[in-house]
Unconditional design. Structure first.
Length: 393
């Protein structure tokens, strides 16, 4: 009899099991009030940073490199001096061409004076017409020689200008390929240095061909499509720009279309051949009903949320969702602005369960913020896992 009394006393003192039904203690949850706002329709892609202009500086003449007027990594403007080649041979060539031009111009002038004299004598039949014709041909010959001499002078002047190598674009100077004192020629493969334009800069990325019509329609309407570039992790925004155009054909192998976006890159966060994640804002839904993606549940009813009622209970509310932008999702039906839903603590909730509201700061302090739970129960009591984006599957 004593053993029976002890057993009965222990059974009365045992606490009820957690989640034991409607009579169990209220569950602690964090709610969110449904509101209205703008939500963007974005397309995500992988891209590669590409310079709008990359120039390999090569010598257009042969000669010894006498001066290098840049430091590796310098910013140069169009027309800035890059290097100088020994100009003495080309100065001599120019002087020789000018001397030959002066000589031939003097010969032409003498021939023209003789031609005038022969023309006057021929009018008086004082000289044979053959002599006059010969003089006309001689003047034409000297005129051709003078034109060739002038071209030679022009060529020598151009070669002399090539001794001073200047930058053809604004950009950043790379690593030097040739040292001072080397003999350079136009056939050098590596050139002297590479100049790369960094402001502005572009990003090439691809989208599935199914998105082409939507993008093309917006561009034809004259819309500016904002484009953001993120780092490899996709967490840090590197730069903001806009879509410029897309390719004229679809890649038959991958079924994708190539697009180009341009960025000012004044903060130098993008460099050629850098891998980036691209987010293209295709459109914006104004005054849409939005909610946090952390409140989305998936189970037997499909996609649903736990609606917090006025009597501190929850009820299952099926919802139809639209586009997702970051941690916000558009609600097409099932909820109205002002409704409160559970965004944390929904793992063990059921229809009609009692709840007690706690603040989000309390949830963070306890280490059970949004998306921390690994598994939970659907309205029918089944278990499901939470995906990486905070949504339950």
């Amino acid at each position: 009899m004593l053993a029976g009394i002890v057993w009965w006393t222990r059974q009365q003192a045992a606490p009820p099991q957690a989640g034991g039904g409607r009579n169990a203690g209220p569950m602690s949850i964090v709610p969110e009030t449904i509101g209205k706002g703008d939500i963007g329709v974005s397309l995500n892609a992988l891209g590669t940073v590409t310079s709008l202009a990359t120039v390999t500086i090569r010598s257009q003449i042969s000669g010894y490199l006498m001066k290098i007027d840049f430091k590796e990594g310098d910013e140069v403007k169009k027309g800035d001096l890059i290097a100088e080649i020994d100009s003495r041979p080309y100065e001599a060539t120019l002087a020789q061409a000018k001397g030959q031009l002066a000589r031939d111009e003097a010969q032409l002038k003498g021939a023209q004076v003789d031609l005038t004299r022969y023309q006057n004598l021929a009018a008086q039949n004082a000289v044979p017409h053959q002599t006059l014709d010969t003089q006309v041909a001689l003047v034409a010959q000297y005129q051709g020689t003078v034109e060739a001499d002038r071209a030679s002078v022009k060529s020598a002047e151009v070669n002399l200008q090539y001794c001073h190598i200047v930058s053809p674009i604004n950009g950043r100077v790379g690593l030097r390929q040739v040292d001072l004192g080397n003999y350079v020629t136009p056939g050098d493969t590596n050139g002297l240095v590479v100049i790369t334009q960094l402001e502005p800069i572009s990003v090439l990325f691809t989208l599935p061909e199914d998105n082409l019509q939507a993008v093309a329609k917006r561009l034809r309407a004259g819309a500016v499509l904002p484009t953001a570039a993120y780092d490899r992790s996709g967490a840090n925004k590197l730069a903001e720009g806009s879509l410029q155009t897309f390719d004229s054909q679809i890649d038959a192998t991958t079924g994708t279309i190539k697009l180009r976006a341009q960025f000012e890159n004044d903060k130098r966060t993008l460099y050629p051949n850098q891998f980036v994640n691209v987010r293209l804002l295709l459109d914006t839904h104004k005054d849409a009903t939005t909610m946090s993606t952390a409140g989305i549940q998936r189970g037997v009813p499909g996609t649903f949320v736990y609606l917090v009622n006025a009597d501190s209970t929850v009820s299952v509310r099926p919802v139809k969702l639209g586009v997702t932008d970051g941690d916000r999702v558009e609600v097409l039906s099932g909820l109205a602005p002002g409704d409160r839903i559970v965004i944390d603590g929904a793992d063990k909730l059921r229809e009609g369960a009692k709840v007690v509201v706690r603040s989000a700061s309390d949830a963070a302090a306890k280490g059970d913020g949004k998306g921390d739970s690994k598994d939970g129960a659907d309205p029918g009591g089944g278990h499901h896992k939470r995906s990486e984006d905070g949504q339950k599957k």
